[in-house]
Design a protein around this ligand. Structure first.
Ligand SMILES: C[S@@+](CC[C@H](N)C(=O)[O-])C[C@H]1O[C@@H](n2cnc3c(N)ncnc32)[C@H](O)[C@@H]1O
Length: 399
């Protein structure tokens, strides 16, 4: 366990003027600030710090536009729009419901600004929501067609899985107009580490360096779906023993469900790859029975009333040992969480190396005149927001 700790990257935030990491400029994240911004304390902390880094990159790159990729409900987008009135702001998300929600939010912000300052003369550019919303999947081939931009910075806050890795980094390297990138990743279990046939679509490893390390290392190793899920566990959330069990509800539901499938004979056999339950409605996560019924329905295993009855029987049997099992599962999750920071460090170092290789920057340097710059830094306070590392890269002026 102590090796696991020393192998992982540190998490302390250090001031860095050049990148724009300036913790002393944080707004006060009190209830009033959260209410005015209509954000949680965590989100406000994230967008406040990230926006300063983005502003620094956009200024240095003389960018005409900022593209918030995986913009979701637009918390970051609208703060950036407010801070960068002279730049076009694009919010891209592949989920149309989120794009619509973000648009509503933008309109409400413009309206509330007018109500808050009714006597102030409002400039024309302030009367309309300045953000351009696009529902699309980010793709380096089609991105330039979506935009009316020449020099732009790609940004992402907690862009999940491959979006913050392969997709955004490749877009940065391949699209001439993208001059800078600022991205914080999350949901590492959504990184594709297996795909039949096409290795160029794998989200890990990205860099030649890590790839050759993996190929030559003895014993050989790889990151699997299971190991990537540990990178999403947060050791900070286990600091308080009384909250461990509730923090792990999702984990023990999934583990007990796996156990249940061994004793209950499902209507059809599924390979381990097909056994991913993924997201379920909130109502299905409240208790174990609701979880199992929803999971089996989603996986197509509960095809008749008869099957459903036998499932309920099987659930009751597993529930006899539930209390004992939950404690074991909780213990295992806490143990696994020690390795999460190592896995996350490896994923992020691989991304950093991929960018350096792509720009032609030596691996032991952060900047190279005529090529560009690449940084990997802690940005958010770990206790506030554990996915706290930001990848920042810029192309050199002539690149
Ligand atoms: C975890 S959410 C983050 C939302 C937002 N940035 C925030 O911090 O609140 C990730 C978002 O990325 C979007 N997304 C995932 N893959 C995408 C892709 N390839 N192209 C565009 N959007 C994507 C999802 O729909 C989702 O809204």
């Amino acid at each position: 366990m102590s090796s696991a700790r020393t192998l992982a990257l540190g998490r302390r935030v250090e001031r860095d003027e050049e990148i724009g990491i300036l913790p002393e400029e944080d707004v006060v994240y009190d209830d009033e600030a959260c209410r005015l911004a209509a954000m949680s304390r965590k989100k406000l902390h994230e967008v406040d710090r990230l926006s300063r880094v983005i502003f620094r990159v956009a200024e240095r790159q003389n960018a005409d536009s900022i593209i918030d990729v995986g913009a979701g409900h637009g918390y970051l987008t609208h703060l950036l729009a407010h801070q960068n009135p002279s730049r076009r702001l694009y919010a891209i998300d592949c989920d149309d419901a989120r794009t619509c929600g973000s648009k509503d939010r933008g309109t409400r912000i413009v309206l509330s600004n007018h109500h808050r300052h009714p006597t102030r003369i409002i400039a024309d550019h302030e009367k309309e929501n300045p953000v351009i919303y696009v529902t699309a999947r980010l793709d380096p081939q089609t991105l330039p067609e979506l935009l009316e931009a020449h020099r732009y910075v790609l940004v992402g806050l907690h862009s999940c899985g491959d979006l913050s890795g392969l997709t955004m980094l490749r877009t940065f390297l391949e699209c001439e107009g993208v001059k800078g990138i600022v991205v914080v990743g999350c949901c590492y279990h959504r990184i594709h580490v297996e795909r039949e046939g096409d290795e160029s679509q794998l989200g890990f490893p990205l860099s030649n360096n890590v790839r050759s390390l993996i190929q030559t290392h003895h014993p050989s190793f790889s990151l699997t779906y299971r190991s990537l899920t540990t990178a999403c566990l947060t050791f900070a959330s286990f600091d308080n023993p009384s909250t461990i069990l509730s923090a792990l509800r999702g984990h023990y539901h999934r583990s007990l469900f796996e156990l249940l499938l061994r004793s209950w004979k499902p209507a059809r056999t599924l390979s381990p790859g097909q056994l991913r339950v993924g997201g379920l409605p909130k109502s299905a996560t409240q208790d174990f029975q609701s979880y199992c019924v929803a999971a089996c329905t989603k996986l197509g295993l509960c095809t008749s009333d008869e099957r459903r009855e036998s499932l309920i029987d099987a659930i009751r049997k597993v529930e006899v040992d539930k209390e004992k099992m939950i404690r074991r599962i909780a213990f295992m999750c806490v143990m696994r969480s020690f390795f999460g920071p190592c896995v996350e460090s490896l994923v992020l170092l691989d991304r950093m190396m991929y960018l350096k290789e792509g720009l032609g920057i030596p691996l032991d340097q952060e900047k190279h005149e005529g090529k560009g710059r690449v940084w990997l830094r802690n940005l958010f306070d770990y206790a506030e927001s554990p996915r706290n590392m930001v990848v920042v890269a810029e192309k050199a002026a002539c690149a």
